[in-house]
Each structure stands twice: as C-alpha cells, then as structure tokens.
Design a protein. Structure first.
Length: 387
C-alpha cells in the first residue's frame, strides 16, 4: 500500500490481491475451501450429472460444427477439477458402450481438454483428481492463455462460476456523479478504509453509458454497485484465441437493467466463508471468497464487438432439462425396490437442486459463437431447445 499512488488502490486492485496474490491470495494458496464442507459449493459438487450433461452439449456442438477432426475444450477456472473429471469419465465410458451412430467414439478421438488456471493450489488439486484415470498423455493439458495460439482453437471455451470471481471496480453515486471506491489504510487503527474519488479510468463511466445506464436519472446519492472491466478483457482474450466454435459461460447474474436497478442500491458484492455470506471484503483477508454477480448484457455486447455471435441465453435449469436432466429424474423415480427408497429420494433432491430457480437453477447460461457458417448458426443447440 505504501508504494501505491496516494497510498491507495482501486477496489479492483484490492480484490485481485485478496484472491490471487501468489503468497496470500485466497485462490492462489491452499486456503480455498470448495465443497459442501468448505466455504461454498458449485453445481459439480452435488453430483456428476452436471458435468455429464455438459458433455452432451459439447458432443452436440461438435456435431453441429460438422464433426471436425480436432475439437478442443478449454475450461477456464476449473476449480478442483470436478467438471473435467465428470466430462472425461462420462465420454470415456460412453465411447466404449454406445453404438457408433451416437458419435461418442469419434468425438473422443477428436477431443483435447485444456485447463486454463492460474492458481497453483487449484492446479495441484486438479492434477491429483485426474491422475488416476490415465488418459492419453495429450488428452488433458494445463496451460495459460498466452500459451494458446492466436485464433488457433477449434472447439469450445467454457467456464462455470469464473466471471463472478474476476476483480471488479466499485463505485458510489455522490452528488449525481460516479465516484470510484478506493482502498487505503487508516493511520490510527491500521485497518482498511474506503475513500471516494474521481474514477481511476474513463472506462468506468463509458461502461455505464454503454449499458444504457444514466446515473443522473433515478439513482440517489449513496447508490453503490460494481463494474467488471476484467470480464471485458477476459472475453476479448477468449475471442482472440477462438478460431471457430463456441464460448459457454455459466454464472449467476443479470442483464444490465436488473443489475443496475435503482432498487439494488448496495450492488451485488458478496463474500463467502464456511457457507456464510456477508458483505465485508476486508475481513478474513485471504481466507474468504469475494464475488460479484455477472452483467450478461456487458458480455453479450463485448462479444459482438470482438466478433462473437450471440447464440443463446437461458437459465441453467432450463438448459440442463433440455440436455436430459428431466429424463434422469424420471429414470430415478422408476424403481420398485423399497430398499433403495432413501437413495432415490436423495438423488431426486440433488437433481432438483440443479434446476431450482431460487438456487443453482437460477444461474444463467450464455452461449456465443465464432466462425460458424449460416447453416451452423441456424441449428438450435440441444441445451437451448425448448419443449
């Protein structure tokens, strides 16, 4: 902090350090605790079905694209590696048991799985989880974005709860204008404190204008929210690396009018520790997760500016139902063995939690495409097909 200009930093810089500092950041060390017994859990922690249904969507994408000989899945921010393990195990089994007309064997032959991860602690966890499966040496690889060639990837870039963990700028409306939140140290208490000042970059005001948000109309002083410039940079990088295929983003968030509703006057920033949610990012430094909801309008607009086409936007619950989760629910309930009743109930509750609109089912799925011809763009992907 002493080396920062004016002895302060933007909230985005603070969040970056709190989450990703190589020595003390939450994600960069073994402090991150994900799962039912940890600080938070994600869809793949509940059951393998989430990853298995995603595998069906990836297979469908490959078919829509004309079954290219090489199809690369790039998972960005893979957590503990659960989705990777579930997708790969499912496809490895299906390629052996399914008939050739289903395409699993050919898809498996074309598939390469890349994991982009910068947190060393998570990379170690991912490698431990996947090591026992003994996939072919080049089937799964770990790399950084810069190691992917420009516009050289044919396949799908996808993420599950990545964008919400990217560092955000915070702002507060004061006297009808946008003031940015900066973080500094209180000289007396030596604790973190916030100060408001002129935005560190013009991009913040430009961002809001680009989302159709007029701070001068209907926003009272004290209104607080976030701006995720890092998400725009991330999507630009993804687009530059993708030659042909899809970008699939799963996360919790809203479209811009809901995100910046005047009634949501304290923004969406949340902190998670031991499954408890609160709004103090300065507590438990390096020992808690810090997130903000995703503005999907910003991702759609940035995608269009970077050469991506909007393919579909749908709640996770409907997406998974279209991929076959409903069939799994029916199959689970069709048992006459009374000794399995507890297991049937447990599995039904687990599957339903993936589509509960008040929980994980309320997450949003955004699919964007690049380099697809007119015929490919006109085909409705399996996960976007409405009953």
């Amino acid at each position: 902090m002493n080396t920062a200009p004016q002895q302060r930093m933007t909230f985005a810089e603070f969040m970056e350090l709190a989450l990703y500092d190589p020595e003390q950041g939450y994600y960069a060390t073994n402090q991150v605790q994900i799962g039912v017994a940890g600080d938070f859990f994600t869809s793949p922690h509940l059951c393998p079905d989430f990853g298995e249904l995603l595998a069906e969507q990836f297979l469908d994408m490959w078919k829509v694209m004309g079954q290219p000989k090489s199809f690369t899945l790039v998972e960005m921010g893979a957590g503990q590696g659960l989705v990777a393990a579930d997708v790969l195990k499912y496809l490895a089994i299906r390629k052996q048991s399914a008939d050739s007309s289903a395409g699993y064997a050919a898809f498996w032959a074309a598939l390469r799985y890349m994991i982009v991860e910068k947190a060393e602690g998570l990379i170690a966890a991912q490698q431990r989880l996947l090591q026992p499966f003994q996939f072919a040496p080049d089937k799964v690889q770990w790399l950084r974005f810069e190691q992917l060639s420009e516009a050289g990837t044919v396949g799908c870039f996808f993420s599950n709860e990545l964008v919400d963990a990217l560092p955000v700028h915070q702002f507060v409306v004061q006297d009808g204008t946008v003031q940015e939140v900066f973080v500094t140290i209180d000289g007396d208490s030596q604790s973190f404190m916030e100060v408001l000042s002129t935005p560190s970059t013009d991009h913040l005001v430009e961002y809001l204008a680009g989302q159709g948000i007029d701070i001068g109309a209907g926003y009272e002083d004290g209104y607080r929210s976030e701006i995720n410039l890092a998400a725009l940079d991330w999507l630009e990088t993804v687009s530059n690396k993708l030659e042909r295929g899809y970008v699939l983003t799963i996360d919790y968030g809203y479209l811009a009018p809901q995100y910046y509703s005047p009634q949501r006057h304290q923004g969406t920033l949340q902190c998670f520790r031991r499954h408890g949610a609160h709004q103090d990012p300065y507590a438990y430094l390096g020992h808690q997760d810090i997130t903000a909801h995703v503005n999907f309008t910003a991702l759609e607009k940035q995608g269009l500016a970077q050469g991506l086409t909007s393919i579909g936007y749908i709640p996770q619950g409907l997406f998974l139902m279209a991929l076959g989760l409903g069939d799994r629910l029916v199959a689970n309930n069709n048992t006459s063995d009374i000794t399995q009743l507890n297991e049937v109930i447990r599995r039904r509750e687990t599957l339903q939690s993936l589509i509960n609109p008040l929980g994980l089912g309320g997450f949003q799925v955004l699919i964007q495409g690049k380099g697809l011809n007119e015929k490919e763009q006109s085909q409705v992907l399996k996960g976007l097909q409405m009953p």
